[in-house]
Design a protein around this ligand. Structure first.
Ligand code: FPP
Length: 251
């Protein structure tokens, strides 16, 4: 078991992003329906949020539904959307009580009305909180995110035709991307043994440390999360520099 006090003693990530994978395989191994896997998986989200609060990690992102997930059987899409609606109903008050801000990233338009309405309500009610920002990537893909930034930039240039393209920097461009104010993840965790990014934060992961674990998402509990953070604490992030140029907060 990893002790939370040991984790607290070290440097902590500002932003952890999670690709929750393996709900279906977890269920299959147990002779259960995929729905059961997703239900168990949805409950895990809360454990991770509570641990972030405990550790004072200020940003956590969950890849909850990708642009490609619409290709799943309609029944399964409905189950995922229903689980999301239920979670929003169940945890809205708790989010307010714990001063959690909900941020949704993705193309809202295609989401069912019952999900859109609930998301809008919780986002509005939590918009002034900043103890923990929970980012739900929904109908999201990294390429959509970059394209959306380009669309917004083009609109800006139409209104400001004097804009000099040579002044465009990474910092300026990312302000046009949805979620442009969110710091890049320090740590990306993917469960279930798949070694892919699957079109998640493509721009944002440039220097992120990647952690892959064979554990299926429904089994990814607090201890597994602490293990991932402990592993991250051992790594040296050089951002393209050499070891001797790096001075970490804890020396
Ligand atoms: C991957 O498992 C998981 C998803 C596609 C969705 C994640 C959704 C949840 C955990 C539930 C709803 C979300 C919230 C935030 C309440 P998979 O189905 O791809 O598993 P498999 O690869 O083993 O089939």
């Amino acid at each position: 078991m990893v002790k939370i006090e040991d984790i607290r003693g070290g440097r902590l990530p500002t932003h952890v992003a999670l690709i929750m994978d393996g709900n279906g395989r977890w269920a299959k191994q147990r002779g259960l329906s995929r729905t059961e896997g997703h239900r168990k998986g949805a409950n895990r989200v809360r454990d991770i949020i509570d641990t972030c609060l405990e550790l004072h990690i200020p940003y956590v992102s969950f890849f909850a539904f990708s642009t490609e997930n619409w290709q799943r059987p309609q029944e399964e899409v409905n189950v995922l959307m229903d689980l999301l609606s239920q979670a929003l109903d169940k945890y809205a008050d708790e989010a307010i009580e714990k001063q959690i801000k909900l941020i949704v990233l993705g193309d809202f338009n295609r989401l069912p009305e019952h999900v859109k309405g609930r998301l809008a309500k919780v986002q509005e009610k939590t918009k002034d909180f900043d103890r923990l920002k929970v980012i739900l990537a929904l109908n999201y893909s990294g390429r959509w995110d970059i394209l959306e930034g380009a669309r917004r930039l083009i609109n800006h240039v139409r209104q400001n035709p004097d804009f000099d393209p040579n002044t465009l920097t990474e910092e300026i461009f990312r302000k046009f991307m949805p979620g442009g104010d969110i710091p890049d993840p320090d740590l990306l965790i993917r469960t279930s043994g798949e070694l892919r990014i699957s079109n998640f934060y493509l721009w944002q992961l440039a220097y992120t440390e990647l952690y892959f674990t064979p554990v299926f998402w429904p089994d990814f509990d607090k201890n597994e999360f602490l293990k991932a953070i402990a592993d991250w604490q051992q790594r040296e992030r050089r951002f393209g520099k050499i070891s001797e140029q790096i001075t970490t907060k804890d020396g």
